[in-house]
Design a protein around this ligand. Structure first.
Ligand code: 13P
Length: 250
């Protein structure tokens, strides 16, 4: 079955507003739209409105790097999914490893945020991935199973059609240590099996699973060729248009 193919860039906490808009402009003008391929960028919160406006009417969609799980209220410093939607975003990144490991987000937080994103009409892109010690301890499958089961607990099959998974092994993020295409493909197979038992065969088959962690122009081809890799979520190499365009135009 042909699955959605998504190429995404997570800008993390980088760029000024002028740089953000310039980068979006360069991406829009440099991308060679491939049939069936979708493009998403995740700018920092203060720029999502301007970057969304810049991308409006183009194949590039925008998303928030995080959301809060409530729609409104006395939650100083938090950002509502409805605000993100109102600023032009289509996606919300949820449970990124930096959220989990620096800001102590749990699988229960991920679950609440996925619910809130769906309720606001955003597409959740849910990040999962094991730590180096978990991989070395042979616990990768177990960690992925817990993150997916707990993170996506209680959603009906119809909701799964709007969810995307990004597999980002924590040891490969920002380290230059990319998982080999075979390692990534194996993890994606494990994820799809877990999804089958929690979302059902059809929903699991249809769900795109992206790889993230030190994706660069010189390793994209090997990753992209793998049967179970439906796209990528790029950090560092998405911050400059020449490198990101080489990746998204693969
Ligand atoms: P790097 O591509 O910089 O390793 O970051 C990956 C990532 O965290 C994307 O969300």
């Amino acid at each position: 079955m042909a699955r959605r193919e998504i190429f995404a860039g997570n800008w993390k906490m980088y760029k000024t507003s002028a740089e953000a808009v310039k980068l979006a402009k360069e991406l829009v003008s440099g991308l060679e739209k491939k049939p069936g391929r979708e493009y998403v960028i995740f700018p920092p919160f203060p720029y999502i409105r301007d970057v969304s406006a810049e991308c409006s009417g183009t194949p590039v969609k925008t998303g928030a790097q995080n959301i809060y799980h409530e729609v409104q209220g006395a939650f100083t410093g938090e950002v509502s999914p409805l605000m993100v939607k109102d600023c032009g975003c289509t996606f919300a990144l949820i449970g990124h490893s930096e959220r989990r490991h620096i800001f102590n987000e749990t699988d229960a937080d991920v679950n609440r945020k996925v619910r809130a994103a769906l309720d606001a009409g955003l597409e959740p892109m849910v990040c999962v991935g094991e730590l180096l010690e978990e991989r070395e301890g042979g616990q990768t499958a177990q960690v992925l199973e817990r993150q997916i089961r707990e993170g996506l607990r209680g959603f009906p099959a119809a909701d799964f059609a709007k969810i995307t998974i990004a597999y980002e092994p924590v040891w490969a993020i920002g380290t230059g240590k990319v998982a080999t295409p075979e390692m990534a493909d194996d993890a994606h197979k494990i994820i799809r099996e877990i999804l089958k038992s929690s979302a059902g065969e059809a929903a699991a088959e249809a769900m795109p699973i992206l790889y993230g962690g030190s994706v660069k122009p010189d390793n994209i081809e090997g990753l992209y060729k793998m049967e179970n890799i439906d796209g990528v979520l790029v950090g560092g190499a998405s911050l400059e248009s020449p490198s990101f365009l080489k990746i998204i135009n693969v």
